[in-house]
Write a protein that binds this ligand. Structure first.
Ligand SMILES: Cc1cc2nc3c(=O)[nH]c(=O)nc-3n(C[C@H](O)[C@H](O)[C@H](O)COP(=O)(O)OP(=O)(O)OC[C@H]3O[C@@H](n4cnc5c(N)ncnc54)[C@H](O)[C@@H]3O)c2cc1C
Length: 431
């Protein structure tokens, strides 16, 4: 009997994970990956600055879902099938040990994304997955195939048209083509009948052209609160001043949570930074009263008792017109008020964004309401699965986006395609 064929569109993290797991778990399947470029796993290669931040050391599903601005409740269901612990075990089983950094990001101990690529390519060889590069799918035709047996699931077949003129048939199809930055790039998926939410960039840094604060490039502050004026968006965490504006985890998290709202503002808005987030203006005013007393004879510029980087402290004093000669005891009330205001609510204008080279993703994609989270199968077309960034789910920086790719790729293979191949109630081994 001819083998049933699973075709996976996309040679990225999600596509590979779906393909190698399907081939491993179901030897009766023939599995093919179609990749439109000549390169496989190209994002894995450059990810995490060439080190590949594979996942995050988070072992609670409830906590994990807080890192996904879009798709959290969908992923909550999905993580019950394949979670961070499964990713770690899966790679360990294949000799790839992951280490955890202080901020929870997990990388291969080799510090090289090539280790992950080699591991996935080994699995391709081991289980006989066929790979075709320069194979761009331009159209998906869905062929209706009815079954008369009431016990069997009725199923569709697929016929794919490639831009190189070739055609290929599939019994099962997994679309793992990554995110698309423009709405028109979703058109080739129209035949599937699926809908998508419009794509906008996520994980970007803030541009502040001409702002004097950029002279502090390279300065990092370990804990600040950043708010977007006129919205409910706010985040706390480390901040990095760059030669074009602001970056660092607090800013990247804001860009992810505010991806749609900030796109709506055409990336022009005002941010308010609290450089000392454990204080508000009132509590800081009280602190200043005691500081004036304790540090009375010392020059303010020399004595920064609030733990801010010296260059930033000097900059803020300058901005408030506080002379280098002024001592704590002599600080005029007006300047003090100005400084307190600036420390707790520093207003800065943002105009434009810059892609964060370490990691960026597209927010938006195939509507999750049309996908079953336990199988990654389309609710509209049987035998059709989706995995990875093409779905309308995305995380903040830190390994969350790859975890989504591994989880959805594994589920599409093991639980999705497996649904048609396994007897009911069978269990599958995650590793
Ligand atoms: C620079 C950078 C660094 C990153 N670093 C990290 C990180 O360290 N940790 C993390 O968690 N996330 C990181 N990310 C995000 C992560 O890379 C993505 O979320 C992840 O790669 C998505 O995997 P995917 O398989 O869904 O899509 P992709 O990796 O984009 O793969 C999709 C593949 O499908 C192919 N394709 C598209 N259309 C077709 C078609 N019609 N026919 C055939 N093939 C097609 C594409 O060419 C592509 O190769 C990073 C992203 C970038 C851009």
């Amino acid at each position: 009997m001819a083998k049933k064929q699973l075709v996976v569109i996309g040679g990225g993290a999600a596509g590979f994970f779906c393909a190698v797991n399907a081939a491993r778990l179901y030897p009766e399947l023939s599995v093919i990956i179609l990749e439109k470029t000549s390169k496989l796993l190209s994002k894995v290669k450059v990810s995490g600055g060439g080190r590949c931040n594979v996942t995050h050391a988070c072992y609670s599903i409830a906590e994990m879902t807080r890192f996904y601005p879009r798709g959290a409740s969908f992923l909550k269901q999905a993580f019950h099938h394949f979670f961070t612990t499964d990713t770690i075990a899966w790679f360990a089983e294949r000799g790839v040990v992951l280490k955890t950094e202080a901020d929870g990001r997990m990388f291969p101990v080799s510090n090289s994304s090539q280790t992950i690529i080699d591991c996935l390519l080994n699995e391709v060889d081991r289980y006989g997955v066929e790979i075709r590069v320069k194979a761009e799918v331009q159209k998906i035709n869905i062929i209706h195939e009815r079954t008369d047996s009431p016990t069997k699931l009725s199923q569709r077949k697929f016929s794919l048209q490639l831009t190189n003129g070739n055609a290929i048939d599939a019994d099962f199809l997994c679309i793992a083509c990554g995110g698309f930055p423009k709405a028109e790039m979703f058109q080739w998926l129209n035949n599937t009948g699926h809908h998508y939410s419009a794509p906008v960039p996520s994980l970007f840094t803030f541009n502040m052209p001409g702002n004097p604060i950029c002279s502090l490039m390279g300065v990092t502050v370990s804990d600040v609160q950043v708010k977007i004026s006129g919205t409910k968006l706010q985040q706390r965490g480390p901040l990095l001043i760059t030669h074009w504006g602001m970056s660092g985890p607090a800013v990247l998290k804001l860009s992810a949570w505010g991806a749609r709202e900030l796109a709506g503002k055409n990336y022009e808005y005002t941010i308010l930074i609290n450089w000392l987030p454990e204080y508000n203006e009132n509590s800081l005013r009280e602190k200043f009263q005691s500081l004036r007393f304790e540090l009375a004879p010392r020059k303010i510029v020399n004595k920064n008792p609030l733990g801010l980087p010296a260059a930033l402290w000097e900059f803020l004093l300058q901005q408030c017109g506080i002379s280098e000669e002024i001592r704590w005891a002599d600080l005029p009330a007006k300047e003090q008020n100005k400084l307190i205001k600036m420390l707790c609510s520093h207003e800065l204008k943002v105009k434009g964004k810059t892609t964060f080279k370490e990691e960026f993703v597209t927010a938006g994609g195939i509507l999750l309401s049309e996908i079953n989270a336990a199988t990654m199968e389309s609710k509209l077309v049987e035998g059709l699965f989706f995995a990875g960034e093409i779905l309308d789910a995305d995380g903040v920086t830190g390994g969350f986006n790859f975890q989504h790719a591994w989880t959805s790729g594994w589920i599409a293979a093991a639980k999705g395609v497996g649904r048609y191949l396994l007897p009911a109630d069978s269990t599958v081994n995650t590793v």
